[in-house]
Design a protein around this ligand. Structure first.
Ligand code: CP
Length: 348
């Protein structure tokens, strides 16, 4: 017999920008997650949820995307609105149009602006903050140089799906891994180390010496861990990070110093560390029922072996699916005209 009961709640964060999770309280993030779970239920049961009927969101991409673009486009359609897919190279931004003018104009045409600008340290977050300063519509960060708050929200949702809401004492290993495909942004590990401690999770970060993260994100992670009474440690090997981990998230990122200007240099340095791969031997250091997560795209055969990403520990497709439900929650709660009504499972 179920010990759960459904409670109806209402929430709205109309006009609030979603640029980093740091600017959202833990209680607000809990609402984003609860609404995402309810939107998933509605999506799976084909229950209409047109909270953004006739609304428009503009999606500005300075970088490529599969999951983010398609979760926002499909999500906006399911919410009853329309998403415009825009790439910076076909916009006047490529001729130097200012973020002020872009923000004001787009917010006069629609109801939300989402931006991905993630490859050049020091640029993307500043750009979207300047758009947000002038735009009347909320600005959503689809990944910048500092944070990937849509991804980390989906990651947290996946952890709750698999392990329950009380994540205190869980150990998550966030590790650098080798990838030759491109110098990937730092924003996923940075977003994870800042967000997870706030939910009671102990985080161990591992990377080779050249692949350090932005000092301000490290400082935020340490402070968040201190306030939450959780552990945040940095180690120099993937093996050490994996030891007794409940969840491992090994992925590649570029060198902060060079990835924006000389990404090939970042890839050259990485060749020293081809042994930073998540394989079955390393999964053996983690707990028996540990989870393997990755935001994708993964460099198979380099960041991770097929045996691991296709194996029993991997939850990468559920994690990727949760990108849809979480981005719909962010759009609905920041863009809707009226409070969103949603159901939450609470103990009976
Ligand atoms: N994880 C993620 O952001 O995927 P895309 O780069 O495909 O959007």
């Amino acid at each position: 017999m179920s010990t759960q009961t459904l409670t109806t709640k209402r929430a709205l964060f109309k006009g609030k920008d979603y640029i980093t999770t740091q600017e959202w309280t833990k209680e607000q993030i809990d609402v984003l997650l609860d609404v995402a779970v309810d939107l998933r239920r509605k999506f799976k049961n084909r229950i209409p949820h047109r909270f953004l009927q006739d609304q428009t969101v503009f999606l500005m991409f300075f970088d490529k995307s599969t999951r983010t673009r398609n979760s926002f486009e499909a999500g906006m359609t399911q919410l009853g609105g329309h998403a415009h897919f825009l790439t910076a190279d076909v916009m006047q931004v490529s001729h130097g149009e200012s973020p002020k003018d872009t923000g004001i104009i787009l917010s006069r045409y629609g109801h939300g602006i989402a931006i991905r600008h993630d490859l050049i340290p020091g640029e993307g977050n500043a750009y979207m903050r300047e758009v947000a300063r002038w735009a009347d519509a909320p600005v959503i960060n689809m990944q910048c140089d500092v944070d990937h708050p849509c991804q980390t929200l989906a990651d947290l949702m996946t952890m709750r799906d698999k392990l329950g809401h009380n994540l205190r004492g869980l150990k998550v290993a966030v590790s650098w891994a080798y990838a030759p495909s491109y110098a990937k942004p730092l924003s996923v590990p940075q977003g994870l180390i800042m967000l997870l401690p706030r939910f009671g999770i102990d985080v161990t970060l591992a990377h080779p010496p050249e692949y350090f993260l932005m000092p301000e994100t490290m400082a935020a992670a340490r402070e968040n861990a201190r306030q939450a009474g959780t552990k945040f440690e940095v180690v120099g090997s993937m093996d050490d990070a994996f030891r007794d981990a409940d969840i491992v998230i090994p992925k590649s990122w570029g060198c902060l110093d060079t990835m924006g200007t000389r990404p090939e240099e970042s890839l050259r340095i990485a060749k020293q560390y081809t042994n930073w791969i998540c394989d079955e031997r390393r999964m053996g250091f983690a707990r028996r029922n540990s989870l393997y997560m990755h935001p994708l795209p993964a460099d198979r055969g380099n960041e991770v072996t097929d045996a691991v990403i296709d194996g029993p520990h991997s939850v990468v497709y559920d994690e990727a699916e949760n990108r849809l439900h979480t981005c719909k929650s962010i759009m609905a709660l920041t863009m809707a005209e009226h409070e969103i009504e949603y159901l939450v499972e609470t103990p009976a």
